[in-house]
Design a protein around this ligand. Structure first.
Ligand SMILES: CC(=O)SCCNC(=O)CCNC(=O)[C@H](O)C(C)(C)COP(=O)(O)OP(=O)(O)OC[C@H]1O[C@@H](n2cnc3c(N)ncnc32)[C@H](O)[C@@H]1OP(=O)(O)O
Ligand SMILES: N[C@@H](CCO)C(=O)O
Length: 335
């Protein structure tokens, strides 16, 4: 593994946003042959919601979103997408799809099989196979993959499941497998959902998760003191974040996607067989996926470059405080 210590190349982002309002589209896939899920269940007619940016080409950059993300990259990663940025629609064909089992347009648990009255478990490899079908639908033959958080774990799944398609990958703030700590946090979140279905549990799940997406230092910087008399700022912050997620996300998707992440467990041999260059980025204050853990996974990849984003803001620093991350990613993608 190479550890990158070089200063990033000069990069001057344009202040201009993406020019046209991008439109979400749907593709109906697996109409004839079903998708065979890893759990053994077949699924026909999988709807995939996706955004594209730039002119259609046979080579694309595929962006993989995080747990509660959507295909609308322009909404959640503006530092990365746009003129002069690492994903530049004037130069690149950028594709992002909502994952199988999500709740932002792609077929979710209510449209997928059940086993013994429970939603069938989904895997990250199932999601990669659906992504491959979308690329075929779009006429894309080769991709550079960029994913953060759950999207980073999904990038590992792409490397293993579709090695013929991926020419390089960027993995930000993600391990190849969940630690007991990460599974424990998700277990507590799912327990909250099961204990209080209908929305209250999802709010608690988000509060638990938010603590793992920030850091002690970040909360000390942003949520010290009281918001209103007698109410610690962090308490009202977590309550508000719980309300916000409950308004925009689905608890069955939350259970399905966290379950898929927890179950993903590629072998060391699979990781050692990855043949393409991969940029792996750890975040110094990430308490969910500590940088050492992210780096240890990079160590398994024969052609990995590792770099660390130095931020006090924890796991979500890739969204809140990316600093020179866009330049690093842009330079790596350009090869
Ligand atoms: C790769 C991917 O796909 S990532 C997917 C992207 N995910 C999303 O876009 C959805 C998830 N969003 C997030 O995780 C966050 O919004 C982030 C990381 C993007 C930004 O985090 P932050 O800068 O801390 O902003 P965050 O949204 O957490 O908090 C700010 C909000 O909390 C409110 N707030 C802040 N402090 C408090 C407080 N003490 N009490 C109550 N409310 C508070 C603010 O008023 C603001 O409200 P608004 O959202 O209505 O404007
Ligand atoms: N905060 C982001 C990243 C979590 O991994 C999300 O809600 O999807």
């Amino acid at each position: 593994m190479t550890v990158s210590t070089r200063p990033a190349p000069a990069f001057v982002p344009s202040p201009a946003p993406v020019a046209e309002a991008p439109r979400r589209r749907n593709a109906l896939l697996f109409r004839r042959e079903p998708l065979l899920l890893d759990c053994g269940q077949p699924v026909n007619n999988v709807r995939v919601a996706y955004h594209t940016y730039g002119e259609a080409r046979e080579e694309a950059t595929l962006v993989l979103h995080a747990l509660t993300g959507t295909s609308a990259v322009h909404e959640w990663w503006p530092d990365f997408l746009g003129e002069g940025r690492p994903l530049d629609p004037a130069r690149d064909y950028v594709v992002c799809a909502n994952v199988l089992g999500g709740c932002a347009g792609t077929s979710g648990p209510s449209e997928l099989p059940q086993i013994a009255g429970q939603d069938a478990p989904l895997s990250l490899r199932d999601m990669a196979r659906v992504g491959r079908a979308l690329l075929e639908h779009l006429g894309v033959r080769r991709v550079r993959v960029v994913g953060a958080s759950m999207g980073g774990m999904l990038a590992y799944a792409w490397l293993l499941e579709c090695p013929d398609l991926v020419e390089r990958a960027v993995i930000v703030g993600a391990p190849a497998r969940h630690s007991p700590w990460a599974i424990g946090l998700n277990t507590a979140a799912r327990s909250a959902i099961r204990a209080a279905p209908g929305g209250e549990g999802l709010k608690v799940a988000r509060q638990i998760a938010m603590l793992s997406y920030r850091s002690p230092e970040s909360l000390a910087l942003t949520q010290a003191g009281q918001r209103r008399p007698g109410v610690p700022a962090v308490t009202s912050y977590l309550e508000y974040q719980g309300e916000k997620l409950q308004a925009r996300f689905c608890e069955r998707s939350y259970v399905a996607l966290t379950g898929a992440m927890d179950a993903f467990s590629p072998s060391d041999a699979e990781l050692r067989a990855v043949g393409v260059p991969v940029l792996v980025v750890g975040i110094t204050s990430d308490v969910l996926y500590p940088a050492a853990e992210v780096r240890a996974c990079a160590d398994q990849l024969p052609r990995a470059t590792y770099w660390e984003l130095d931020s006090p803001h924890g796991h979500d620093a890739f969204l809140m405080d990316p600093q020179e991350l866009p330049e690093r990613v842009g330079a790596f993608l350009r090869g």
